[in-house]
Design a protein around this ligand. Structure first.
Ligand SMILES: Nc1nc2c(ncn2[C@@H]2O[C@H](COP(=O)(O)OP(=O)(O)OP(=O)(O)O)[C@@H](O)[C@H]2O)c(=O)[nH]1
Ligand SMILES: *[C@@H]1O[C@H](CO)[C@@H](O)[C@H](O)[C@H]1NC(C)=O
Length: 434
């Protein structure tokens, strides 16, 4: 073989190796492929579901690292979006069967743990079937011992499960609107604890099934809430390109904002990102003004429209800007009133095409992206929609005092406590995994 050919082959090997490294850094040598699926209580909103994803993704990470799992190649199957809380349900199937790639960059997410869309799962296993369905619930007796202990057992179902067995013995129910999907077996599992508690049962302790679905996934708690893993996973949840692009166009057209001047340039790969200097943000402030159910469910903390306008005008002066971006689920009338009191107010209003292309989740994310690039942000107390914006700003290196703020109610009942300052963690805290 000539030197030249050898050189060529070596180069090829090198390219293949580095490609493999870049794309599937997380992959293990081909092991026994197993799939973890999950879903949440149908009442859980879009932004809480994003948090439940992180708990499950961390479980998959633990499964892949666990010695007791002996090289099982666990993959997380992304539950299609749809029928989420009453906000989306009003719109029926038009807001269902939505793949994650509509909202997120699935390739970036795969840099944390391997994930696939549900339709790809069906294709890989050849049939819309799930081997085992575990329906997570609490313990009927509550915390009987009085002290917190982590535990997990198969138990009788506390509520009547929403699944039924058909004449062929197939478990039927709501599988994200995929009517042909069924599960082979079903059981209720009482759980009190964090996602790591699931490692042994899933790694042969209770099952060796190829696919297991955990329904009511919100019953699983975070391992290392706020630790490095938490933030790595959160950082991997990069938004879909089309949403970022639309938000960026809006920022540039109406708010004089771009990443270079705002110091919010993010690298292609989230793993390469570090905070070397503070972000500045565009020359506007932003607020998430949550209304609707919060008007009665969180009455004592929700400011009036007049109060919102008053506080934001003051902040605009303080930050020497004449523009304020508002994200809100408020009514047209409420927003009209706000605009009349705040002439420098901007809102993102999707065109008809954008509305049908991006769906409600995409429009919400565009609002969140624009809020997260503002020089100063104020959220709504206890809204997970606001929390996700705060995290985004933490990731982009905004100084904390520009992020963890909220508009207090004008009523005396509000203690006016400001949001907890969640600090992003970049370095590994001594995390010990089995
Ligand atoms: N586009 C947009 N949608 C919003 C905004 N605020 C709330 N929403 C919508 O209302 C929903 C919020 O209510 P839920 O779905 O019950 O719950 P959530 O998403 O977990 O968020 P919170 O209820 O705020 O904690 C979001 O999913 C959005 O679809 C906003 O500022 N902009
Ligand atoms: C796992 O098996 C043990 C022993 O049979 C049982 O007590 C426990 O309830 C099972 N757990 C699950 C999640 O099935």
């Amino acid at each position: 073989m000539s030197n030249c050919a050898l050189y060529f082959i070596l180069n090829l090997v090198f390219i293949l190796l580095s490609y493999n490294y870049a794309v599937c850094e997380d992959a293990k040598p081909a092991g026994n492929k197993r799939y973890l699926l999950y879903d949440c209580n149908p009442g859980e909103g879009f932004n809480l579901r994003r948090d439940v994803y992180m708990r499950v993704a961390n479980l998959v990470k633990s499964l892949r690292e666990s010695k007791s799992c002996k090289g099982d190649d666990w993959v997380l199957v992304l539950p299609p979006w749809g029928r989420i809380s009453y906000h989306w349900k009003e719109h029926g199937m038009e807001q269902s069967l939505i793949p994650w790639s509509m909202f997120f960059n699935v390739k970036s997410m795969s840099g944390f743990v391997p994930v696939i869309e549900y339709e790809d799962y069906i294709e890989e296993v050849g049939e819309a079937v799930i081997d085992e369905l575990w329906y997570l619930q609490n313990y009927a007796e509550g915390w009987s011992s009085g002290t917190w202990e982590e535990k997990m057992h198969e138990r009788d179902c506390i509520e009547n499960p929403v699944y039924e067995t058909d004449s062929e013995g197939k478990i039927r129910g709501w599988f994200w609107g995929y009517e042909e999907t069924y599960a082979k077996t079903f059981k209720c599992v009482s759980v009190q604890g964090m996602s790591k508690l699931f490692v042994k049962p899933l790694c042969g302790g209770n099952t060796t099934a190829k696919s297991v679905m955990l329904d009511r996934g919100e019953n699983m708690l975070h391992d290392m809430f706020g630790g490095k893993r938490y933030w790595d996973c959160r950082r991997s949840m990069v938004f879909a390109d089309a949403l970022i692009k639309t938000a960026d166009q809006f920022r540039s057209k109406y708010l004089d904002s771009d990443d270079v001047r705002d110091k919010t340039v993010m690298p292609e790969n989230w793993k390469d990102h570090k905070c070397t200097e503070d972000a500045i943000g565009g020359p506007y402030i932003a607020a998430h003004v949550r209304r609707k159910d919060f008007l009665y469910a969180r009455k004592e903390f929700v400011p009036s429209i007049k109060q919102v306008a008053k506080v934001l005008s003051e902040k605009m002066k303080e930050y020497k800007v004449d523009k304020v971006f508002i994200a809100s689920d408020g009514t047209k009338e409420e927003m009209k009133e706000l605009k009349s009191l705040l002439p420098g107010m901007f809102m993102y209003k999707p065109t008809k095409t954008e509305k049908s292309e991006f769906k409600m989740g995409g429009v919400a994310i565009i609002d969140q992206i624009i809020c997260s690039h503002a020089r100063f942000f104020m959220g709504t107390k206890e809204s997970t929609f606001s929390f996700r914006i705060q995290e985004e700003r933490e990731i982009m290196c905004f100084p904390k005092h520009t992020t963890f703020n909220r508009i207090c109610s004008d009523e005396g009942s509000d203690d006016c406590e400001q949001p907890a300052k969640w600090k992003i963690v970049w370095k590994s805290d001594s995390e010990i995994w089995d």
